[in-house]
Ligand binder design. Sequence first.
Ligand SMILES: Cc1cc2nc3c(=O)[nH]c(=O)nc-3n(C[C@H](O)[C@H](O)[C@H](O)COP(=O)(O)O)c2cc1C
Length: 239
Amino acid sequence: MRSKSTKLSCFILVLLLLVLGGLIVMKRESLMPLFRHAISSHNTIKLPPPVFKSNVSIEEALKQRRSIRTYKNVALTLQQVSQLLWAAQGITAVPGLRTAPSAGGIYPLKIYVVSGNVGNLPAGVYRYLPDEQALEMLSKSDKRQELALAAHEQHDIKEGAIDIVITATYKQTAAKYGSNGEQYVHMEAGHVAQNIYLQCVSLGLGTVSIGSFDDNNIRHVLILPRDEDPLYIMPVGKI
Ligand SMILES: Cc1cc2nc3c(=O)[nH]c(=O)nc-3n(C[C@H](O)[C@H](O)[C@H](O)COP(=O)(O)O)c2cc1C
């Protein structure tokens, strides 16, 4: 009886070791989405509050808006980063309505910042948390070059002080709108990108909406959750 239970314990131990070994040899990247929230829960950086006054009128911003692909090697301030993220997806009214419209108020878009040259913000990858006007740090190294490589080496991506990446969780919108959901999500990304363009004009910064890249490579660089797809990369820099 005792030898039978010893054999069973040995079998369970070997099984556990095999599962553990399998997990260790799995690529770190494929594990990251599972653990991301645990890792990052302590890595939140509060952003300065956005400001709601400007010397540039909405008409001037619309008139001046242009895709700009060359930037000065000058650091952005955390205030500017905060303002850009607020323009993209900031909360403007209860119960969590945002600067850009969203079909059914579902808000399937997520905003990431790949930071390389921002005062008081270490280089790294961050996720914008609209409810808290904060950034959640996801990784600590400068990924601008890798991001550019994943987008057919478009040089502006590595030369911008930051890259804003808009991603989407399609299934959130599809749950309500079925097959129409996909086009709604794309429309929403357009709204967000235009907000970023106009905010850039107001701040004296340049940007361009980049849609040409390899989705899987971008996913890999940002370690995106499996159900999230990249839609736009917008480098931002001083002009
Ligand atoms: C869906 C979409 C995808 C785009 N993809 C890229 C891109 O991959 N690279 C790029 O340099 N510009 C890209 N652009 C920017 C366009 O080239 C630009 O808007 C166009 O040349 C008009 O110039 P303007 O934005 O200054 O008015 C894209 C624009 C849109 C709307």
